[in-house]
Ligand binder design. Structure first.
Ligand code: PLP
Length: 291
């Protein structure tokens, strides 16, 4: 049992989270990380696969998008059978997928955590360039919470010609204007790339379009080798806490607490690996079921 498990559900059913994400066969990121996270946090995960990636702990080799018909069929078949409390959207792999999800959200009133998975940490493009305008115009306005890292936040702000000089409290008026142009209700800026990372602190900033109070979530900066799927894990943990009925702020606090533990236990809980080829590095999965 992990400490992040919530007990606030008032129903006897499991809070259910619909995941839309890619398949990472190594289990570090994508639907496998999402599923582990959601179950570890006391929820139930059902998954729509957006792409089959070929990758291992050394990087992504190829990305094969699921065709629009199969993608749509996965989504509608699940939705006609199960009632979801929240949806976590990770990697999307085509313009058609962005449009299908946008249409789906018009008719399903769900808490939406949107993780803008644009490029993998190993540099592979995950969302094609022709899908970016629809992603910004159709999906971001439907999100309860957008969870970019710093490069993703900068990328999105620049795309709408509203660059942000510093993502912090001092520049909150500028950030609020950017969020309003993005039509983004809440944005959690993940601190992995922030200036404080070098000083031993991970700072995540929660900005709301309408609420001038910027919240900062601080946790010790953990220097962890096996950190693949960190973004997926945080977004899924937050989505599960939203499914339990928590506010955005509380869900972020609980999600971050879970992520810190999953990271802290990662390096000591890895499968066996072959020795690395010369010049290669390896980033394995977090440990989602810590004690
Ligand atoms: N989803 C999939 C299927 C991926 O392959 C990746 C990166 O390789 C990601 C998401 C993003 O992973 P992270 O959470 O480490 O940013």
């Amino acid at each position: 049992m992990n400490t992040a498990k919530s007990t606030s559900s008032t129903s006897s059913t499991l809070p259910s989270v619909l995941v839309i994400a890619g398949f990472d066969p190594s289990g570090g990121a994508g639907v496998l990380a999402d599923t582990k996270t959601i179950h570890a946090n006391g929820g139930y995960a059902a998954c729509v696969i957006s792409a089959i990636t070929v990758q291992n702990t050394q990087g992504v080799k190829t990305v094969d998008p699921i065709d629009a018909v199969t993608f749509q069929a996965q989504l509608s078949t699940l939705a006609e059978d199960m009632v979801f409390d929240a949806i976590k959207i990770g990697m999307l792999a085509s313009l058609e997928q962005v449009q299908i999800v946008s249409e789906f959200l018009k008719t399903h009133n769900l808490k939406v955590v949107l993780d803008p998975v644009l490029i993998s940490s190993s540099g592979q493009e995950l969302l094609p360039a022709n899908a970016i305008p629809a992603f910004i115009e159709q999906l971001i306005p439907k999100a309860t919470l957008l969870t970019p890292n710093r490069p993703e936040a900068d990328f999105l702000a620049k795309k709408i010609n509203r660059p942000v000089t510093h993502w912090n409290q001092v520049h909150r008026a500028q950030i609020a204007a950017t969020l309003s142009h993005l039509n983004c209700a809440n944005l959690l800026l993940k601190g992995g790339h922030s200036e404080t990372a070098n000083q031993g602190v991970a700072e995540d900033w929660l900005f709301s379009w309408e609420d001038p109070n910027v919240e900062c979530f601080r946790s010790p900066w953990l220097k962890v080798q096996h950190n693949h799927g960190t973004g997926c894990t945080l977004a899924s943990a937050i989505a599960t806490q939203l499914a339990f009925g928590h506010s955005v702020s509380k869900a972020v606090e609980l999600g971050k607490r879970y992520l810190s533990q999953a990271l802290a236990h990662a390096d000591q809980n890895q499968p066996n690996y072959h020795p690395l080829p010369a010049g290669k590095t390896r980033h394995g999965s977090l440990h989602h079921f810590f004690n």
